[in-house]
Design a protein around this ligand. Structure first.
Ligand code: 5RP
Length: 230
């Protein structure tokens, strides 16, 4: 059986090569992003000067342990490069993210970055988003049931309220997550726009037209592709 962890690490190490001295770096969340933080930690110990903008408490804690200085408070960053994982990537480099529930901060950081690098193992590439991986959507707790009903009506798909250890899953912003089981997302941009019209939705896990560079860990090595953002 192939070792996906090794492929994630391979992709992460390739992504870190885009980080230059003096950069402000957006640090993603999840198991692939973890390898980025570890690799950057080694480089910082060797003298690289960077500042990180973490997309979750988990990433912030790991970055601190690795000695990476963080910008937590200043919220008008200019981020040179943001590096993050994804749950699915389509042929146009659109993504589903939010498996770890950090999609809101991840999207804010990606949107503030001059360059957004996505790293995945090859199993995350799909011909069309949806299907095996549900679309996470962050909703505010007030009226979340009505919001979920609106999402269900729009997508004609099953909406599942996310729980963890028998309790509702709370995001770092204090919101809830619903996972929408959509068979195919043929028009991700249109779906994102329509979802954003529903009151109560804070953010969706659709990352449309945001990827600049896709780095894929495969059994044959690393593949790097440059996206044309429209
Ligand atoms: C967290 C995310 C992650 O980037 C995504 O879930 C991929 O995680 P992993 O690298 O562990 O497979 O969006 O909110």
């Amino acid at each position: 059986m192939e070792n996906l962890e090794a492929l994630k690490e391979l992709a992460a190490r390739a992504a870190v090569e885009y980080v230059k001295d003096g950069y402000v770096v957006g640090l993603g969340t999840g198991s692939t992003a973890r390898y980025v933080v570890l690799a950057l930690g080694q480089l910082v110990k060797a003298g690289l000067r960077i500042k990180g903008v973490p997309t979750s408490r988990e990433t912030a804690e790991l970055a601190r342990q690795q000695g990476i200085p963080l910008i937590d408070q200043d919220n008008a960053w200019i981020i040179d490069v943001a590096i993050d994982g994804a749950d699915q990537v389509d042929p146009s480099f659109n993504l589903i993210k939010g498996g770890g529930g950090a999609l809101l901060k991840e999207k804010i950081v990606a949107a503030s970055a001059k360059q957004f690098i996505v790293m995945v193992d090859h199993t995350k590439r799909v011909p069309v988003l949806g299907g095996a991986f549900p679309l996470p959507i962050e909703v505010i707790p007030f009226g979340w049931g009505s919001t979920a009903r609106e999402i269900e009506a729009l997508t004609k798909s099953r909406v599942v309220f996310r729980e963890r250890n028998g309790a509702s899953f709370k995001t770092e912003a204090g919101n809830l997550i619903v996972d929408v089981h959509i068979d195919r997302i043929d028009q991700p941009r249109d779906l994102e726009i329509s979802l954003n019209q529903i009151p109560g939705i804070v953010e969706t896990g659709l990352f449309v037209n945001r990827t600049d560079i896709l780095i894929v860990g495969t059994p044959q090595g690393v593949q790097t592709e440059h996206a044309q953002r429209i």
